[in-house]
Design a protein around this ligand. Structure first.
Ligand code: APR
Length: 229
């Protein structure tokens, strides 16, 4: 029997309880780093070494943390739902928790790609998580973080819209809904399906969306009680 489709849109708040700081909460990443220097196309052109070291630091932070109960709760929902995770996060915590279908909108921290052949994508190991402007791939070409910088297109937004349009249930977790096109995905859900938004400090959303004003771990626990058959 075909399982109903549950689509989960996650943001930095999903990983907050794992110890990874969000971007826009006080003390967040963009309070400590000038975003346009370390996460934009122009910033990478201006000072690629700074950008490489920024992502090296974030990779080492990621290697020191693990998925939280929110991530594993989403895996539990796969018992009853065909679950697609669409995440703005570049961490690999959904995958490490066991989620089977994860679509990254803004890239993947543990990956780099060739600057001359962008289809050549490489996964870094915990033994060698660092890159620099001197790093070369097996063809001798320089590499860059496999991250969607500000000012760059979001190649996976089309597939993401398609997945959201097929959702029977839509859940949004831990995002300030501040960055487009990701923030617009909620508008691609069919009218009338149940939509839940889990966030302790939620952004304003349209009527009809059920807001669970709590953390990801507590919200996913409540969600399982609501959605389990
Ligand atoms: N559980 C759930 N949500 C939380 C928690 C928590 N424990 N702690 C904080 N939050 C919420 C905040 O209330 C906020 O709404 O997580 C959200 C974090 O918002 P942002 O820091 O703006 O992160 P996000 O929405 O993912 O940013 C989108 O912006 O900088 C770019 O590419 C970057 O993917 C990122 C995008």
């Amino acid at each position: 029997m075909k399982k109903p489709r549950l689509v989960v849109l996650t943001g930095a708040g999903m990983s907050a309880e794992s110890g990874i700081s969000t971007f826009r909460d006080s003390g967040g990443l963009w309070d400590n780093y000038p975003v346009m220097d370390v996460a934009s196309h122009d910033g990478f052109v201006r000072n690629p070494e700074l950008v490489h070291s920024f992502y090296n630091t974030r990779r080492r932070e990621l290697m020191a943390v693990k998925p939280n109960a929110g991530h594993s709760g989403l895996v539990e929902l796969e018992k009853w739902y065909d679950v697609d995770i669409i995440t703005q996060n570049v961490d690999n915590l959904h995958e490490r928790a066991g989620s089977l279908k994860v679509l990254h909108l803004h890239g993947e921290l543990m990956k780099v790609r060739s600057m001359t052949h962008p289809e050549r994508v490489y996964t870094l190991t915990e033994e060698n998580p660092d890159t620099s402007t001197a790093t070369r791939d097996e063809y001798g070409d320089p590499v860059r973080p496999h991250i969607v910088f500000f000012q760059e297109a979001v190649p996976n937004i089309g597939p993401a819209m398609d997945i959201v349009s097929q959702a029977d249930v839509l859940v949004i977790i831990g995002t300030s809904m501040a960055v487009y096109p990701a923030a617009g995905l909620v508008d691609y859900a069919r009218r009338g399906i149940p939509v839940y938004y889990i966030d302790p400090n939620p952004a304003p959303v349209r009527d009809g969306i059920t807001v669970l004003r709590t953390t990801a771990t507590e919200g996913v626990r409540q969600l399982i009680e609501i959605l389990r058959p």
